[in-house]
Write a protein that binds this ligand. Structure first.
Ligand code: GLU
Length: 311
């Protein structure tokens, strides 16, 4: 073990898990996608991966869950590779939205330019930019995710995708509005199908923490040596995570935790401490802003006990 933090990390994670589990029961599992409502609310898993190759895990760290909006980060990485930043950033903004992740209001008033790539409207544009340039956007995305996680067995849960498609009226409304505003290239149904399927990718905390390591390591994957992106792109993506990664709870999360992160309604949160760690935590009960309740608590305890944050 090389430093104070990693020497004590396993026992620290045990304390974090106890503290985080104590808030389970006070939140609510997402039920607007029926397939997600069936998940047992008392799950908790956490994995910390170090850029030095170290790895620490606690709880249900190897159980798969629905990554949902965490997929928006992978899609952004792929879209930036596919169409390039100049094209993409003409179609999506970089400001926090201050409204719900699936809101239509801002899109109408701001004439089809979504505030950022992590609200649904922005993510649908990001997915569109991949869909319009690929015969199989999902295979491409799965390829990236499997490569980053180092796990070829990562799969897509078609039941979750189907369930979301059947109840995806707001997302369909967003996509049609974007199309009418001239900010959707591909056929609406194709973009929505790709979007629902990317959200339905199933991964474990371990897969996710490993796959985010390049964002903690200047763009190079410490496990494979692959140069995934430039340091400039890392800086930009991490900045977007900090300002836009947690829906309308992003300010409070930054206040409590102080690390760039992205959450999903499946209960996952993935965070990055540049130069040190990527951290994934999963617990399905959500707070009122749609972020994992115990997951947020776990990351808050982690940053306090280790004194690690970006500040
Ligand atoms: N598939 C979800 C939706 O579009 C993702 C939401 C989320 O995790 O924020 O509603």
């Amino acid at each position: 073990m090389k430093n104070f933090e990693s020497a004590n990390l396993q026992s620290l994670l045990e304390e974090v898990a106890i503290g985080a589990r104590s808030v389970i029961g006070r939140g609510k599992v997402a039920d607007y996608i029926p397939a997600l409502a069936r998940i047992s609310p008392d799950k908790f898993g956490m994995v910390v991966c170090g850029v030095d190759g170290s790895e620490f895990a606690i709880g249900e760290a190897d159980e798969t869950f629905s990554i949902q909006s965490l997929s928006k980060v992978f899609a952004l990485i792929l879209a930036l590779e596919t169409v390039g930043p100049n094209t993409l950033w003409k179609r999506v903004g970089r400001e926090p939205s201050g409204s719900a992740f699936n809101s239509l209001v801002l899109l109408e008033s701001e004439r089809g330019l979504p505030r950022n790539p992590f609200i649904n409207a922005g993510a649908i544009v990001v997915t569109d930019s991949i869909t319009a340039h690929s015969v199989s956007p999902i295979l491409q995305l799965m390829g990236l995710v499997r490569r980053l996680a180092g796990n070829q067995k990562i799969y897509l849960d078609e039941n979750v995708a189907q369930s979301e498609a059947e109840h995806g009226h707001r997302n369909a409304a967003i996509a049609h509005l974007l199309k009418s505003q001239g900010n959707l290239e591909a056929v609406v149904e194709d973009v929505l199908a790709a979007y629902y399927r990317q959200c339905a990718i199933a991964m474990t905390c371990r897969d996710l923490a490993r796959s985010f390591l390049p964002l903690a390591n200047g763009g190079t994957h410490p496990l494979s040596g692959e140069k995934v992106m430039t340091p400039l792109r890392v800086k930009r993506i991490n900045s977007l995570l900090l300002t836009c990664g947690l829906y309308d709870g992003v300010g409070n999360f930054a206040f409590r935790v102080g690390i760039p992160a992205k959450s999903g309604v499946g209960g996952g949160i993935i965070g990055v401490i540049p130069g040190k760690y990527s951290i994934c935590v999963w617990s399905p009960e959500l707070d009122q802003t749609g972020n994992s309740l115990a997951g947020t608590r776990a990351l808050e305890l982690f940053s306090r006990k280790t004194r690690l944050s970006i500040f």
